[in-house]
Design a protein around this ligand. Structure first.
Ligand SMILES: Nc1ncnc2c1ncn2[C@@H]1O[C@H](COP(=O)(O)OP(=O)(O)OP(=O)(O)O)[C@@H](O)[C@H]1O
Ligand SMILES: [Mg+2]
Length: 273
């Protein structure tokens, strides 16, 4: 449990990772590093391998070559062990529990120890009221931090998509991750929602309640350009460019790969900074 109690993010590194699906090479010799407290974005055109890379880090897909390290130690991800290692993720789309309120959804994201009282409450078992109250307070604080506390008692299905995405983010943050993995966080959001999300993401590594490193996989260039310290560009499974946003944006290889057209500017609609 020590991994989830520190104040700095974890360092994640991929070392020469390859993934093959039969004859198809989805990732080819991919190396990247997410430094403690860093925000690293992985972008690329359709089919470039972004989701595959995300799935490798979450343990849904095993690399066929190469490997990963977490704070320099060899790391073989398993989806059910991520929380314990201090890693949280939000999935593409939203994936909230429809039978629970917004507040209960966030409480359900807590780690096992914190959640024990809450689970007992759900099933009508004896429990520690104090633990449950503490967890409830944390969940409410997080919802407030993300600007959606007024929806705490609502059923997720009744809420706008952008609000549900924030609830999903709160659910990931309540476990106090030291590494946060975001899969297409801007997907389905309007330009205005994306600008607000960018502000939220930028603030995450410096949160008083637990700093974290962030890796995000995203199709939206504008979000990535405005929040990431470093960007890794994939095309046909290979890293074709990496570096600071302005470096990557000026790279002709990226311009060519990305939609075969002009790369949208970081100050385009919806970024707001
Ligand atoms: N489970 C799988 N079995 C076989 N091929 C797969 C599998 N998952 C992905 N692929 C293939 O691997 C390549 C990379 O796919 P991936 O989904 O990682 O790309 P992506 O960058 O996420 O694309 P998109 O922007 O469309 O989401 C594609 O050619 C895809 O068809
Ligand atoms: Mg994808």
């Amino acid at each position: 449990m020590s991994a989830s109690s520190g104040t700095n993010g974890i360092e994640l590194a991929l070392h020469h990772v390859g993934v093959r699906f039969g004859g198809l090479i989805a990732l080819d010799d991919v190396s990247l590093r997410v430094p403690p407290g860093g925000i690293v974005g992985v972008i690329g055109p359709n089919g470039a391998g972004k989701t595959t890379l995300f799935n490798v880090v979450c343990g849904f897909v095993a690399p066929t070559s190469g490997g990963l390290t977490l704070d320099g130690e060899p790391f073989r991800p398993r989806p059910h062990r991520l929380t314990r290692l201090g890693i949280a993720r939000t999935l593409q789309g939203v994936g909230l529990f429809q039978g629970l309120t917004v507040l209960e959804n966030v409480m359900a994201g807590a780690n096992h120890a914190a959640r024990a009282g809450f689970a007992a409450a759900l099933f009508g078992l004896p429990r520690s009221d104090r633990d449950e109250r503490r967890l409830r307070r944390q969940a409410l604080d997080l919802l407030a931090e993300l600007g959606v506390a007024q929806h705490a008692a609502a059923a997720p299905a009744t809420l706008p998509y952008a609000v549900r995405k924030r609830v999903a983010l709160a659910r990931a943050l309540i476990a106090r991750p030291r590494l946060l993995l975001l899969d297409e966080p801007a997907g389905g959001l309007s330009a205005e929602d994306i600008a607000e999300l960018a502000d939220l993401i930028r603030a995450l590594p410096g949160r008083a309640d637990g700093a974290c490193s962030i890796m995000l996989v995203e199709h939206h260039m504008d979000l990535v350009m405005s929040v990431c310290h470093e960007i890794v560009v994939l095309d046909f499974g290979k890293v074709i460019a990496s570096g600071a946003p302005e470096q990557v944006r000026g790279d002709p290889l990226v311009t060519e790969a990305y939609l075969g057209a002009e790369v949208p500017a970081a100050t385009g609609p919806g970024v707001g900074s």
